[in-house]
Ligand binder design. Structure first.
Ligand SMILES: Nc1ncnc2c1ncn2[C@@H]1O[C@H](COP(=O)(O)OP(=O)(O)OP(=O)(O)O)[C@@H](O)[C@H]1O
Length: 410
């Protein structure tokens, strides 16, 4: 009797143990499954974002292709209205023409002095253009008081010193140069990979010298109308004089200043004319200490040497991708107002982001913040940063791959 009750007790204990084990296993499986679901959800968010980004990119590339399909138009000024159907115009490339026109080109009035765009083949009036000097129309960005200061730029201490000497000093203390009897540098060329802080440097000088910041992307000079580029260059310098003290920042200068090619399509000739106008403005312009010129490029190797002669852009400052210390500084700047978990270690994050630009580091911080917002958390964790690094650096590699594929197939 005693024996059978003992064996019953043992059996019950065994069964209890089995139930406990099953329970434990169950919780483990449940935890594993939850972890997998969370991972899949994160992957889905990343994929959805990628999809949106790629769709946006495809749309803008399609628009770009459409733009290239349309041949450039010739810019001309109406000099006389001859009769109901004919106009005398002076084209921006020099010659005068008598052309036919119809009254149906938009609702703008055609009158002497109006600027018109002509088709290259039959010289028909395609469009009557804006005639005012409107910075928005010409693609200029004008900022009377940029808020960027040197303290918001990370890892570029040496470059800041050089910019202070070459751009800031002539604006702040032109008398120093006069006293010593040397010409202050006219133009400074910043070169380096995209997103490393070239625009930031130019904005910081403008802020430091209370100057108006005038930015123009050089590809805008030669985008639309033949003859428009040279006019825009003149416009930028005129505006800079009006708003002096000012800093003219010409981004992507290689778009108008690449070494001369042998081919001469109308587009190439337009680029040439724009470059000539830019050189003429630089030569004719007395650096009286109230206008600083800063240009930027990712491709210093293809620049026309004419642009780099003394008295033009004769100072070069390299703005490289940040090293590990630089990356830590940049991360510190961009996380300054973020609520970080205590275990977020910027040194560690800097060590993980080799060859990443300042712009990408900013994107990593924003993305990490977005991961926290999506999960309705206030604090940003190490894991948010890891996910953001994965995402941004993944995109980087994808872009590299696309670029390489473009070279192979394009
Ligand atoms: N050194 C840096 N320190 C802090 N932030 C930076 C730095 N470099 C880039 N960034 C961030 O990236 C953004 C883009 O940088 P910026 O426009 O200055 O790059 P860029 O070198 O002019 O690029 P591009 O050649 O593409 O014109 C800045 O607004 C800033 O938020």
């Amino acid at each position: 009797m005693e024996n059978s009750s003992q064996s019953l007790f043992m059996k019950i204990e065994d069964l209890k143990k089995e139930v406990r084990m099953l329970k434990e296993e169950n919780t483990k499986t449940k935890r594993n499954l939850m972890w997998k679901v969370r991972k899949l959800e994160k992957e889905k968010i990343v994929n959805d974002n990628d999809k949106i980004r790629l769709e946006r990119e495809a749309k803008s590339l399609r628009a770009e292709v459409d733009r290239f399909r349309h041949p450039p138009l010739i810019l001309a000024t109406v000099t006389e209205i001859l009769d109901n159907n004919r106009l005398a115009v002076k084209s921006s490339t020099g010659p005068h023409f008598v052309i036919n026109y119809s009254n149906f080109v938009g609702d703008k009035l055609i009158e002497p002095g109006a600027r018109v765009a002509l088709n290259q083949q039959n010289f028909g009036v395609v469009e009557v253009l804006h005639s005012e000097k409107d910075p928005a129309v010409s693609g200029m960005e004008v900022d009377e008081k940029p808020s960027v200061s040197y303290s918001t730029i990370g890892g570029l201490e040496d470059q800041i010193v050089e910019v202070k000497e070459t751009v800031e000093l002539p604006l702040k203390k032109p008398e120093l140069f006069k006293r010593v009897g040397i010409e202050p540098p006219k133009g400074v060329l910043l070169y380096g990979p995209p997103g490393t802080g070239k625009t930031l440097l130019a904005k910081a000088v403008a802020n430091e010298t209370n100057a108006t910041f005038i930015k123009i992307v050089a590809s805008e000079f030669v985008k639309k109308y033949i003859g428009e580029g040279a006019r825009l260059v003149r416009g930028v310098f005129e505006l800079a004089k009006e708003k002096a003290p000012s800093i003219i920042f010409i981004d992507e200068i290689d778009a108008v200043a690449a070494k001369r090619l042998k081919s001469s399509t109308s587009g190439d000739r337009e680029v040439q004319r724009t470059l000539m106008q830019l050189l003429a403005e630089l030569d004719g312009f007395e650096s009286r200490g109230d206008i600083g010129i800063v240009a930027a490029t990712n491709r210093p190797d293809i620049l026309d040497p004419a642009l780099l002669r003394p008295g033009r852009f004769d100072r070069f400052i390299e703005v490289p991708a940040p090293n590990e210390d630089g990356r830590r500084e940049i991360l510190k700047i961009h996380t300054k107002n973020m609520s970080l978990d205590e275990d977020v270690d910027l040194d560690f994050l800097a060590s993980l982001t080799d060859s990443v630009s300042g712009a990408d580091l900013k994107a990593i911080c924003t993305e990490a913040g977005m991961f926290a917002i999506r999960e309705e958390r206030e604090n940003i964790t190490v894991s948010d940063f890891m996910d953001a690094i994965d995402k941004i650096m993944g995109v980087e590699h994808e872009e590299e791959f696309r670029k390489e594929a473009g070279v192979m197939f394009g």
